[in-house]
Design a protein around this ligand. Sequence first.
Ligand SMILES: [Zn+2]
Length: 123
Amino acid sequence: MAHPYFTPRRKKATKPRRDPFARFIEKVVIQDNGCWIWQATKDTAGYGRFFLESTRATLAHRYSYGLRGVPMDDDMLGCHTCDTPSCVNPFHVYPGTHQDNADDRERRGRGRGAQKKLRMMVA
Ligand SMILES: [Zn+2]
């Protein structure tokens, strides 16, 4: 029986994880273009997965957006201004609706097509 005034440190079954931000930032490599590239687990779409708790994963870019002070609404998508799914720079992420995201993709798709055409013409 432990002394009432002295509780020895015991290893708990569920050991507390380190500060989420400390764990988050060590998985990030900052590129020259300003993108914070996620180095840990990614989902099939290329979005970083971040474990807030051992059983609760969130998307890394959604977590990073929350670092700005206002967490993203669950029904909003984390869209990227830089078109890089694995980027977790909080300032490259903005909350958008599914429609915004589809419009964005469409717009970028056209942009890419146009660039490709241009390259073919120049080549
Ligand atoms: Zn970025």
